[in-house]
Unconditional design. Structure first.
Length: 278
């Protein structure tokens, strides 16, 4: 029986409402895509912990969404499969908002160049080029970009919420990638099922490249978004304009990026006397 049907059958037996079954199944499939294991009996509690950490630290999911994700897994594994996993050990909290970590242009270039797989190197290039989160990358559909107009549309929760210009250096990379892989539905998809590509796979690819180059262990895919912001500001764009472009309102977090936070050591009252003399 197909895995999706097995999951749905287990949830149905737990007497959940149809709407709950649909929601839980969606989260369970996201989890399975992340860990890249399709046999339920091979899944360990550590896999669930890793998924929880991913939701907390590398996505924009709300606390309620994170709780819903863990509740769906607890229902499947403990209530449906009698695994008795210690779900109470998982604490759903807001991530500590440390100073955002930025990767230098040279390091980003070295990461991309170290990845020999064309799909993976293109994916990392696209994430950086448009300042994306992994889930935004995997949501890009073929109809969302136009190479003739150099435009790409970015989605959040299924809806297009912004557009970006395709850089001149990225365009030939995308053309080569499309000619090689010929995706059908999504820009990055599973070659056999043509469903959205796994965010977990991208995380592993990035981590492997980072470790092979001996780079900062705190670098993550999310660091590429911080780097996108910092590098645009370095090019002369105003931080507020950059954040408006990517539809971010959390100015306080991004202003803590090294080099963007300027101390105000001046009071306008000091200019009052001077202005009177003029």
């Amino acid at each position: 029986m197909e895995l999706e049907n097995i999951i749905e059958e287990i949830l149905d037996k737990l007497n959940h409402e149809s709407r709950t079954v649909k929601t839980y199944k969606t989260w369970i499939l996201k989890f399975l895509s992340f860990i890249e294991i399709e046999e339920l009996n091979k899944i360990k509690f550590q896999n669930i912990i890793e998924f929880s950490e991913f939701l907390k630290n590398q996505t924009n999911y709300s606390l309620s969404s994170q709780r819903q994700a863990i509740a769906s897994l607890e229902s499947l594994f403990n209530n449906g499969l009698n695994k008795n996993f210690p779900f109470k050990r998982i604490k759903i909290t807001r991530p500590i908002q440390d100073t955002p970590i930025v990767i230098s242009k040279e390091e980003i270039k070295s990461i991309i160049n170290s990845i020999t797989n064309l799909k993976h190197s293109t994916a990392i290039s696209v994430i950086y080029s448009f300042g994306l989160l992994p889930e935004e990358l995997t949501s890009i559909q073929l109809k969302d970009f136009d190479l003739n107009k150099n435009i790409i549309r970015i989605r959040k929760k299924g809806e297009v919420y912004r557009e970006s210009v395709i850089g001149n250096n990225l365009k030939p990379i995308l053309i080569k990638y499309l000619e090689t892989y010929k995706p059908i539905n999504f820009l990055f998809e599973n070659d056999s099922t043509h469903k959205q590509y796994s965010k977990g796979s991208l995380t592993k690819v990035f981590k492997k490249a980072r470790e092979s180059l001996g780079l900062n262990e705190n670098y993550s895919l999310k660091s590429l978004k911080f780097s996108y912001v910092k590098h645009l500001v370095d090019e002369g764009f105003q931080l507020t304009d950059v954040l408006n472009h990517i539809k971010l309102k959390n100015y306080e977090v991004y202003s803590r990026i090294d080099g963007l936070n300027q101390a105000i050591n001046y009071s306008p009252i000091d200019s009052l006397e001077k202005s009177k003399k003029n």
